[in-house]
Write a protein that binds this ligand. Sequence first.
Ligand code: PEP
Ligand code: MN
Length: 363
Amino acid sequence: MSNFDIVPLQDWGLNIKKPFVIAGPCSCETEEQMMETAERLKHQGISALRAGIWKPRTRPGMFEGIGKDGLHWLVQAGKHAGLPTTVEVATGQHVEEALEAGVDILWVGARTTVNPFSVQEVADALKGVDVPVLVKNPLNPDLQLWIGGMERIHTAGIKKLGAIHRGFSSYEKTKYRNKPMWELPIELRRLHPNIPIVVDPSHICGERTMLQAVAQKAFDLNFDGVMIESHRNPDKAWSDAKQQVTPERLGEIVRSLVVRHEALDHEKEDTLLMLRQQIDRIDNYMLEIMGERMEIARKIGEFKLENGITILQTNRWDEIINDRAEKAAKKELTREFIVEMMEAIHQESIRHQTKIMNKLLAE
Ligand code: PEP
Ligand code: MN
């Protein structure tokens, strides 16, 4: 059972629709930009208007946000469009200023969640306040740190609490700006099913063309909403230009989203049950085969021991990987998956062989 006492999204008193879509510019730039964006977004099926006022930038000298004035532009624009507003807060002072200006939802950014001191400062400023707060995942794929951030906010008394999945930073270059690593928000859902999860396709993708697919995936995985950056003139945006879309394109994306249902009628339930039974059968078969494979690995371990050769033989390992990856490609399995799977199996074989060698050596 989740130890979070959470008020569901629909009871936040903000008229949040399904699908829950938060949209708005990466950064608030001018009063006019905020107003025009809100005006063009207001009929695009969104539930809240976002804008960054204080921008944590990777390098100094980049646009670091318009500051406090922008808060009022955001709130005015929200009022104009009849939409609740949301802003990123990173310090106690940000919280005070945002609340004083009348912002409806606060969010903690990825660069803040990594630092427990900063999250605690935000949490302390929230004591005694009833405002919804969304906590983005930390930059690094650390679920405990993400949950810890939400715990600090929750302990301060915030029950209207949610998570934002914005992907994870990595040194290796991938097609994403931040790797989605869906297994983390899925595990968060398993551990704390009552915490609403909003996915941020903009910061996951870092570019426009994949936004729709990532947003759809969020709903296919039964998450609760999406946050997508939208700018009146994306290419001219002062931050994150490549990933922003016009309000009209945002509307197209929102209308294309299919929100699937978790529950099915009986007949469909039976079909799904049958398919799941087939999966169970295959999994059980795989487990048996793995057991057999490990038995052979142990025999090889004994043989290696008797003949005084090392456990790890790189040539043989390269051969295995290449052969299996080639065969896997014919079954539409990615090389990445096969390498990861074979590595996991290999590690287990080595563990079995090491045990044999140590045990016999110890006798
Ligand atoms: C943002 O939402 O504009 C932002 C700065 O996001 P993140 O904290 O995910 O990098
Ligand atoms: Mn941004």
